[in-house]
Design a protein around this ligand. Structure first.
Ligand code: SAM
Length: 237
């Protein structure tokens, strides 16, 4: 299913390679994604090159910008069909990945891929703002990731409460979000974070991307995250 040469060429500029073993796992995932998508909408992208670049290379690019030590814990918030969380797991099985989404069916798909590829990982069927107040998940992760879930001020309130002090929240975005980043400044500080790096790059020609790494500096006050309606109505400033 995946275009191996295109994947290899695209991630090479991030200093990344995939072994045959990793490629087989990623390819199995891609095949299941496209097959399952016929009966249950998981992605709008279904052609081999599109899936290769816009899903797989895009998610792998994270490893070009963030150093993720061995055996850390990571929660992928709003993981959907598993992006970037499942790509991270299949590329780096040592990472303990938790997959969170409010849609149960998507998590069922992720469980199927984990089973088929011999991997393990917890799936959490809750909204981020519900899970982040539970002691089991609150400030328990070395990393939180999110791609295409919400604007950064809202996303920071979803994600930063999951991160331990000293850990990082990695937000994967398209490049054209200068205003959004500015608007998130206050929210990030309020939630105990500090922007560590803001990486602008091209995935391939005419596909600008941005990976923002936010370090957790201090504990998030217990009043955050607020209830869903409040977050939506009054994003933190
Ligand atoms: N991250 C995936 C990707 O990049 O392909 C999925 C993106 S999809 C546009 C957004 C996903 O976030 C959906 O699966 C939705 O159910 C989930 N989502 C949105 N808000 C959420 C919240 N507050 N808590 C948990 N999941 C959420």
């Amino acid at each position: 299913m995946l275009n191996k040469k295109l994947l290899t060429d695209t991630i090479e500029k991030f200093g990344l390679t995939v072994s045959d073993e990793v490629f087989l796992r990623l390819d199995k995932y891609a095949e299941m994604l496209v097959e399952t998508n016929k009966s249950f909408n998981l992605t709008a992208i279904t052609d081999a090159d599109g899936v290769t670049v816009k899903h797989f290379a895009d998610c792998l690019s994270l490893f070009g910008f963030v150093d993720i030590p061995e055996n850390v814990s990571l929660i992928d918030v709003g993981t959907g069909a598993g992006f970037p969380g499942l790509v991270i797991k299949l590329f780096r099985p040592d990472i303990d990945v938790t997959f969170l989404d409010s849609t149960k069916k998507k998590l069922g798909f992720i469980e199927n891929v984990l089973n088929e590829t011999g991997m393990t990982g917890e799936t959490v069927h809750l909204r981020a703002e519900e899970a982040a107040v539970l002691p089991k998940y609150r400030e328990k992760f070395d990393f939180a990731t999110a791609r295409a879930v919400a604007a950064l001020p809202v996303l920071s309130e979803y994600c930063l409460p999951f991160v331990k002090i000293g850990g990082s929240f990695i937000s994967m975005k398209s490049a054209d979000i200068a205003e959004e980043i500015k608007a998130a400044d206050g929210a990030i500080k309020t939630l105990g974070g500090e922007t560590e790096s803001d990486n602008l790059f091209s995935l391939v020609e005419n596909m600008p991307r941005r990976i923002i790494v936010i370090k957790k500096k201090s504990q998030t006050l217990t009043r955050y995250p607020r209830k869903t309606a409040q977050i939506a109505k009054k994003p933190l400033k």
